[in-house]
Design a protein around this ligand. Structure first.
Ligand code: PLP
Length: 295
């Protein structure tokens, strides 16, 4: 899949432009129905590296609804590489829609118990794939951040604030790298009380990048990673009805909710020109019952 910058669309959001704040959104969700958003950017230099080292396969980790896993499966297929997904928890019948897609794209799945899943080094050792290039869970790492920095190539310098959802922090690190000194980057953490995220992001930054303006906001996790509630569903449905912008329950729904609330609380100031990064991930909504979201 080629990503053309013409495809990447910045659109204003009128329902989130108030209190003197102007808000637009970068629709990375429109890049591809399954492999949308930031995962594609985060993977591209890992793929290059794997090809350079003539590996036949890329292996990585994720949950049964992981955007990273399905994006990796697709990206490997596109590049003539095999892929292996180490999946947290037992296999289910049927498989989750995410894993069905990953398998369709040729990924070989390995299920690892929840208790073992965090022992990444021993899993790698045990599986012993000498031909595999390993990518960390969520694509975390310098090459992931380097790829995410390329998102900023299609962002106009007129924006005063760039706001994104934060999981591993790799995308945010990339946005910081790609931003200029007068832009402020704000990250909405989707994990509960994940206060080590600052140092994880700092690890991916150069000394110069660390002097840029960025902050993480911890108030919009809705109970924790992949947790959701009717307030969030209501907001997401309303946003769809007003703006025809689809969001997901894990990342972008929380992100847009946060932006609205932060404008209401005057966290952003009159004259601020915000750009929200829609990082995709809509396939993650496949974990929900069908009648919860209207889109
Ligand atoms: C993975 C993901 C994120 C988080 O990206 P990190 O680089 O892990 O912080 C945000 N939004 C969506 C839709 C994602 O799939």
């Amino acid at each position: 899949m080629q990503i053309s910058s013409e495809l990447i669309l910045t659109q204003p959001i009128s329902s989130l432009s108030f209190n003197g704040v102007k808000t637009s959104i970068l629709r990375l969700d429109l890049l591809h129905p399954v492999v949308s958003g930031n995962k594609w950017f985060k993977l591209k230099y890992y793929i290059k590296e794997a090809l350079k080292y003539q590996k036949s396969c890329i292996a990585s980790f994720g949950g049964a609804y992981s955007n990273h896993i399905v994006a990796l499966a697709f990206a490997c297929k596109e590049n003539g590489l095999q892929s292996i997904g180490i999946i947290r928890g037992e296999s289910t019948t049927p498989l989750s829609p995410t894993l069905i897609k990953a398998k369709e794209y040729g990924m070989q799945l390995h299920f690892v118990s929840r208790s073992m899943f965090n022992e990444k080094d021993s899993i790698k050792k045990e599986l012993n794939y000498p031909d595999a290039y390993w990518v960390d869970e969520g694509g975390y790492g310098p090459l992931g951040a380097k790829g995410a920095a390329d998102i900023m190539l299609s962002v106009n310098s007129e924006f005063s604030d760039i706001i994104c959802a934060v999981g591993t922090g790799t995308m945010m690190a990339g946005l910081i790298k790609g931003s200029n000194a007068n832009q402020q980057i704000s990250g909405i953490s989707v994990l509960k009380n994940n206060y080590t995220i600052n140092s994880e992001i700092n690890c991916l930054l150069s000394d110069n990048d660390r002097t840029k303006q960025f902050s993480i906001i911890h108030d919009y996790h809705f109970g924790g990673y992949a947790k959701s509630n009717s307030t969030l569903f209501h907001f997401m449905n309303q946003l769809w009805e007003e703006e025809k912008i689809p969001t997901d329950i894990v990342y972008t729904g929380k992100l847009l909710y946060a932006v609205k609330d932060l404008i209401q609380q005057s966290y952003f100031k009159p004259g601020n020109n915000l750009l929200i990064i829609h990082s995709g991930g809509l396939q993650g909504n496949s974990s929900l019952k069908e009648d919860i979201l209207v889109f």
